[in-house]
Structure formats: C-alpha cells, structure tokens
Design a protein around this ligand. Sequence first.
Ligand SMILES: [Zn+2]
Length: 266
Amino acid sequence: MAHTGIMRYQDGVPQIPAAAMSNPDADLVNALLKRDPNAILELYMSPKDLGFNTSYNVIAEVTGSSKPNEIVLIGAHLDSWDEGTGAIDDGAGVAIVTAAAKHIQDLPIKPARTVRVVLYAAEEIGLMGGKAYAEAHKAELPLHYIAAESDFGAGRIYQIDTKVNESAFTAVQKALSPMSFNSVILGNNQASGGPDVSMLPALGVPVASLRQDGHDYFDYHHTPNDTLDKIDPAALAQNVAAYAQFAYIMANSTIVLTPFTRSSKE
Ligand SMILES: [Zn+2]
C-alpha cells in the first residue's frame, strides 16, 4: 500500500524513482523483519506521467445582505489521491464548509458580507486551484475580508488562529470568543489559513486556521484507508458548527482587519 503524495525534483538533477510506504504496510514490514531479518522486499512500481488536464474550482455563495461585494471565504478541495475515497482528505472539508454555508443560507436574516464557498480543484498536485483562484480573482482580493480552508479531516477543532492586522487581533479574538461554547479556544495571530488560501496573506488577505485534532489523520491520509468509516459524525458536526460560527461572525464583523505585516516575499 503506497502512501501517495507529491514529490519534486530540483532542476538539473537525475530523476530517480521514489516511493513512500503507508503505515499499515510499514507495520507489516516491521513485523516481517522481526521474524526474519533477511526478508527480501520486492517492489513493483507502475506510475506514468499522463500530463496535465483541465479541472475546475466550484464556487457558491450566500449573498451578503448589506455588503454583498465583501467576501468571507471558506474553502476545501475536491480532488484526492486515487487509492482511497478521499473521505478525510478532503471530502470532510468539502462537507464541512458546504454544510456551514447551508446553515447560514437557511437563516431568516443573512449576514452583511457574502459567504463564499470555494471547492478548489487539483490541490494535491501543487495547489493548482488555489493559485488559479488567486490569479483569476486578483482584482477582487481587496474585498476578501478573511479566508480559511478545511483540509485536515474531520477531527474536532480545538483552536482558532488568525492572521490579521496586529492592532485588530484583540478585537477579533473578542468577536470570535463565542466559539468557546463549541470547545474552540482562541489561539495566536500566526495562521496560514490552509493550503489553498496560504498564498492569500502575501496578497493582503487576512486568513484564519481552525486547528483540528489530527492525531490519527496521517494513519489514513493518502492511502486506501481514507474512507468514510474513519469520520466521527459528532466531530464532523462540531466542525460544521465552528465553520458556520466563524463565517457568520466574520461576515457581520465591523473590525478592520487590514493591512497587516506582509511576507518578506513581496
Ligand atoms: Zn488535502
């Protein structure tokens, strides 16, 4: 059982095959070696580079009631490695942000800003959808109030971190404090926001990271074991509640979050 993922070569180096073993097979090989230290492993690898094809980001919105042009972005990614079903990476994230937006959609009074759900394409092969979104929406980025991505399974959220203007941080924490009723504590101001929104802070967009319990995430992720039975419905519901609460509070917030210290890459 491979542990799938991405690898890169530096320019100009010989490209040799590489493989990663999943936890279940690593345990199996360990057990075999204990029994027979001279055991021989035969490895068959069959990957082919089939080149690039087109896939699409999927975007939906709950239109804001008084500031419809301003956006609170909650995202996840649609693609997964082919071995498992992609339940935890990132079916869970897709379900979490979609359900969170549905809860907001169902409210009798919509929040001020638009809540935009972005389901990114082609995250696993190098954040293609995230980069394409940042490029295609370049002119609109100043209207992005804050962004966050759910991409770590459905383990419970225990903390929320942000990346906003330092002078706004205390006020943002106060605004988000009702999340503690859902067992989410207030964290730091060093968030990266998740893979597909990680390029946005350098472009001036504030982000938040809703930190999850991931103690078993890497036991399953990118393997045939990434299936729906690994998801605890109660923990999934806690995630949905946290994203709904985060998006709703941010969509109604009057705090000015920008500008903040931008990355030195600029
Ligand atoms: Zn992922």
